[in-house]
Design a protein around this ligand. Sequence first.
Ligand SMILES: Cc1cc2nc3c(=O)[nH]c(=O)nc-3n(C[C@H](O)[C@H](O)[C@H](O)COP(=O)(O)OP(=O)(O)OC[C@H]3O[C@@H](n4cnc5c(N)ncnc54)[C@H](O)[C@@H]3O)c2cc1C
Length: 507
Amino acid sequence: MNNRHPSSFLFDVVIAGAGPVGLLLACELRLAGVSVRVLEQAENPHLALKKLPFGMRGLTLPTIEAFYRRGLLDALTAARREAKPAGQVRRQAGHFAGIPFDYDRIDSSKWAYRLPSPADSNMAAEMERIETALADRAQAIGVEVRRGVRLEAFAQSADWVTIQAGDQSFEGRWLVGCDGGRSMVRKAGGFSFVGTDPEFTGYSVQVDLADPEKLKLGRQLTPTGMYFQTQPGHFGMVEFDGGASHRAGPITLAHVQAVLRRISQTDVTLTALHVATSWTDRAQQATEYRRGRVLLAGDAAHIHSPLGGQGLNLGLGDAMNLGWKLAATIRGDAPDGLLDSYFTERHPIGERVLAWSRAQVSIMRPGPHARAMEAIIRDLIATRDGATYFADRVWNASMRYDLGGGHTLAGGSAPDFEWTDGTRLAALLADGRGLLIDFDHRAALRSIARRWGDRVKYVEGDVKDRLGLTALLVRPDGIVAWACEGEANLEDAIEAGSRWFAVRDSR
Ligand SMILES: Cc1cc2nc3c(=O)[nH]c(=O)nc-3n(C[C@H](O)[C@H](O)[C@H](O)COP(=O)(O)OP(=O)(O)OC[C@H]3O[C@@H](n4cnc5c(N)ncnc54)[C@H](O)[C@@H]3O)c2cc1C
C-alpha cells in the first residue's frame, strides 16, 4: 500500500474492533485528550450471543474497579449482580473447572488493603450491556465509531500508519488491533502467536428437545466430555476431539444432536436449533504487544478457553493499562519506557491466565487421571486456605504489577479510601488523572505534585481509614506507584513518579 503523506484526516489512534476492549481503550484515550477513530466490521452490534444466557460474562475485581473508577458501574446495575454473602449461608463464590468454592470459606483478611467498596469482588453482566455502556460513553466523549467498516490493510512508516478500510484510506499515528481472536492486525502486523493447540471443541447452543427429561440441568461431566444446561434447551458442551469440529463447517442441528448424544451418552432428540457457536481451548499469546506503531490488546493479543471466564477481564485490563500510556506518548509527556511497560506489565498477567485455563482443561479431560486430580482439587477447594487461594486467583484480587520493590501496595490496586466528606477514591480517578494523596498535609508533597503538571492531582484531607498509610501516588489506571507509612521520603516519591509522569517544562 502506498504510504503517502498524511491527509488532514490524521487520527492520533485508530482502533480496529469495537468489542469491549476496543471501546474501553477508545474511552481511555479520549479521556486523556487524544483523537480516536474506531473501525468495526459489524454493522449491527446486537447479536443473540451477546444477550443472556450466552452473553453472560463474569467480571473480576480489576474490571469492576475499572468500571467503578470511570463512573460506568451504574450502567451495569441491571446486570445479575451477586448479593453479598449473608451470615453463615454457604453460597457459591466462583469455580475452578466447574468445582465450586463458597463465600463462607474465604478468608478475606488475605486482602489487607481492601476497603469496603461498591466495587464487589465479582459480578456478572451481559455482554450487550457492557458494550452498550462503553459505546454510549465513547460517543458522549467524542470517539468516532464507524460501524460496518472493516480494516482491510495497513502499512506503517516511521511517523504514522496508513489504513485501508472499505473504500477509504486515511492515517493514524498509531493503530491498535482490538479485533478479536482471529485478529487481522496481529496477522498482517507480523506478530508471532504461540502457545498450545486445542484439546476440545466447545459449543454454546440453544435448542428445542423432544425429550428434555433425558438431560439434567446443571453441569455434567461424562466419560467423553462435559455438558451444562443453564436453563432448558440452553447448553454449553465440550467434546474432547482435539478441536477438530471447530469451524469445520456450519453447525447444523444434526451435528449438535450427534455431539450431544456422544457427550451425554443418551439418545436425546433435537427438534430445532436456534443459536449455535463453537470455541476451543486453544491457548496462545502474542510474543510482543507492539511492533513499531502497531499494538495489540484483548483477544487479539491472547486467546484461551472461555471456561474460566477470564478473557474479557484480561482484555479490559490491557485497555486500562495501555490507554493512558499511549496517550502520554502521543502528547509527548511520557517518560522513557512508559509505552514499553504496557508489554512488561500485561504479558505476564496474560501468561498467568493462559496457564490457569490450561490447568482447568487438564482436570476436565475424560479418563481416570483427570478424575483423580479433580478429586484432590475438590478436597482442597473445600478448605479455608483452598477456597481463599482459588478466590484470589479467579477474582484476580491480588493482581499486582512488578514495579521492582517499595511498599507492598506498589503495583497493586489503590484502596477505595473514603474521605470524611464522603468522597471516594474512585470518584477522584474519574477524569483519568493520577493522584498524589497526602494524609499528613505536607506542603513538600504538594510541590512535588506540581512537577507533573495537570496529569497528577494533589489530594489531602482526612479519610475514614487510612490503613496505616501517610501518602500514596496513584497512576491514572488506579495502580499504586508509590506508598508510604510514616515520614515520607520525598526523593522516593519523586523517583517513583518520574517513572510514570515526565516532569513538565515550566518555561
Ligand atoms: C462462550 C463464551 C463465554 C465467555 N465468558 C467469559 C466470561 O465469563 N468472562 C470473561 O472475562 N470472558 C469471557 N469470554 C471471553 C470474552 O468474551 C472475550 O475475551 C472478549 O469478548 C474479548 O473482547 P475483545 O474486544 O478483545 O474481542 P471481541 O469481543 O472479539 O471484539 C472484536 C471486535 O473486532 C471486530 N473486528 C474483527 N476484525 C475486524 C476488522 N478487520 N475490522 C474491523 N473490525 C473487526 C469484531 O467484529 C468484534 O466486534 C467468553 C467467551 C465465550 C466465547
